[in-house]
Design a protein around this ligand. Structure first.
Ligand SMILES: Nc1nc2c(ncn2[C@@H]2O[C@H](COP(=O)(O)OP(=O)(O)OP(=O)(O)O)[C@@H](O)[C@H]2O)c(=O)[nH]1
Ligand SMILES: [Mg+2]
Length: 500
């Protein structure tokens, strides 16, 4: 499992960022090549530092101890970061790209990849590329001589062959080839041809056997890139730069001229130069010469392969995304907690309001109770009222009983009334003095004091034994009158009209 330490990568990037600042807003010329190929040495040479051959170590070194590009004396570069080196003699910034050894620590390969990407992103543009190859590698003419370089190109660029249009191919360490520059050229071209043929043979075998890889650490797609690369380089073999860093600056001038010849379309338009005056240094196809004569489009970040740089960088990106994912989860959790808290606060506020109003109510009740003692009074009043009510009920009950009794009695009385035999209850004399006699009226009456009298309205002209109506509604009926004259009482009749 790949171990990635984000904190370590972060710390290294912070350190590396200080080195890449010189690329900001500038045109870059990237110097790439296998580790130990001599990139840093080449840069020091291009920047005008004097070189000398160290006979003891069989290496070339700068005369000055302090020089911009750090030269490593072993094949395992410790360089992590891209190193843009601004120099007033160039309108571009040479950028020393770190080696791409596969056996480096995971975190370091990631740092290198990010450092490279950052450099390119902060630059104005990548004007060109210098690809360096070690002449001594072609001595053996082994297929694997270009293997590491191919892997770098494949890792770095989406279309490594297309990028050759922007590239200057340089061959280093000529002094280590016996016979000098001439033999170095011969060996290089022979080596490239041999590699190209070997690639074709292997591709054919792998395709026939439907296999992806053979005994080497290269796969079929890498063989294909290598074959195309060697073909393209050999197609423009006169453009290959054989750099003698011990010369007086001839190689430096040639390389500078070639870099100047890499013209982007933007530059060509700005300068208003005819397009066909700026042929690219190397073309992938001689048959496309006309098209190659056109100014090149700008190199953009899309031409690089940082996303899929290698498995480590992919893992790192994933780790970062995962971290961001965790961050999102955390943000989600915090948002959730905040929502809960908001709800709790709302609830608390509600409760607080309720409590306040309840307290107010309680204190009001307290003061009300203590001030007026109304409840006690109320209760007392209600008890009294109930008692009074009870009494009134009883009283009403009694009244009702009494009324009932009366009704009963009345009913009885009614039944007893015989209208044919009037009963004299009370006698009142109705006296009307006439000439000779006095009328006596006998009133029919009932036995109670309350009853009205007279109840029978007797007309004076109605004589004894006449029927008459009562004026009492309760005793409606006809009653016989009976009255006497004084004479009769005394035993005398006045006339036969009125007396029996
Ligand atoms: N003889 C000889 N030695 C060279 C030449 N160029 C580089 N060297 C030596 O090769 C070794 C590696 O050189 P560097 O310039 O550090 O190589 P590099 O490509 O920058 O390596 P990394 O930064 O590790 O990728 C050093 O010991 C150099 O002295 C050359 O032209 N001739
Ligand atoms: Mg270096």
């Amino acid at each position: 499992m790949i171990q990635i330490s984000i904190s370590e990568i972060q710390a290294k990037l912070i350190e590396g960022y200080g080195l890449i600042k010189d690329a900001k807003g500038k045109d870059l010329v990237l110097v790439i090549g296998n580790t130990g190929v001599g990139k840093s040495t080449f840069l020091n040479y291009m920047l005008g530092y004097k070189m000398y051959q160290n006979e003891e170590s069989d290496t070339v070194e700068t005369v000055e101890r302090e020089c911009p590009a750090h030269i490593g004396h072993n094949m395992h570069s410790q360089t992590l970061y891209t190193h843009p080196i601004a120099d007033k003699n160039y309108p571009w910034v040479f950028t020393d790209c770190p080696g791409f050894l596969d056996n480096r620590m995971t975190n370091d390969t990631i740092v290198t990849s990010i450092s490279m990407e950052l450099t390119i992103r902060i630059a104005k543009q990548v004007k060109g590329i210098v690809i360096l190859m070690d002449a001594t590698e072609f001595l053996s003419s082994r297929l694997t001589a270009l293997g590491p370089l191919m892997k770098i190109l494949i890792k770095l660029f989406r279309d490594p062959i297309k990028m050759l249009k922007y590239s200057v191919i340089g061959v280093t360490k000529l002094d280590q080839i016996k016979g000098g520059k001439t033999r170095a050229k011969k060996i290089t071209l022979q080596g490239l041809n041999k590699i190209k043929e070997e690639c074709r043979r292997r591709i054919k075998t792998l395709e026939t056997e439907k296999r992806e890889r053979d005994g080497t650490d290269l796969i079929i797609s890498e063989y294909k890139v290598m074959e195309e690369f060697t073909s393209a380089v050999l197609g423009r073999k006169d453009d290959i730069m054989f750099i003698d860093i011990l010369d007086d600056g001839d190689s430096k001038q040639l390389v500078t001229d070639r870099i100047c010849a890499i013209r982007s379309r933007t530059e060509a338009q700005t300068d208003q130069l005819p397009y066909d005056t700026s042929p690219p240094p190397i073309s992938t196809s001689t048959s496309n010469a006309q098209q190659d004569a056109l100014p090149l489009p700008l190199i953009t970040i899309a031409d690089f392969n940082f996303e899929d740089y290698d498995i480590n960088r992919t893992s790192f990106n994933k780790a970062i995304y995962d971290l961001a994912g965790e961050g999102n989860q955390l943000i989600g959790a915090i948002t959730g907690a905040v929502d809960q808290l908001k709800r709790a606060i709302d609830l608390w506020n509600d409760n607080k309001k309720r409590m306040t109003s309840m307290k107010r109510l309680r204190s009001e009740l307290d003061s009300y109770i203590s001030a007026s003692e109304v409840p006690t009074k109320l209760i007392n009043t209600w008890s009294e009222m109930l008692e009074e009510n009870e009494q009134s009920i009883q009283s009403e009950k009694r009244k009702m009983q009494s009324v009932n009794d009366h009704l009963k009695k009345f009913k009885q009385e009614l039944n007893e009334i015989n209208t044919d035999k009037p009963v004299i209850f009370a006698e009142k004399k109705y006296i009307k003095k006439e000439q000779y006699w006095t009328y006596h009226e006998v009133l029919f009456d009932f036995d109670t004091e309350d009853e009205r009298t007279p109840i029978v309205d007797i007309d004076q002209r109605i004589g004894n034994g006449c029927w008459c109506n009562t004026t009492d509604e309760r005793r409606r009926g006809r009653y016989k009158t009976w009255y006497q004259s004084d004479w009769w009482k005394r035993g005398c009749y006045y006339d036969g009209l009125h007396c029996f």
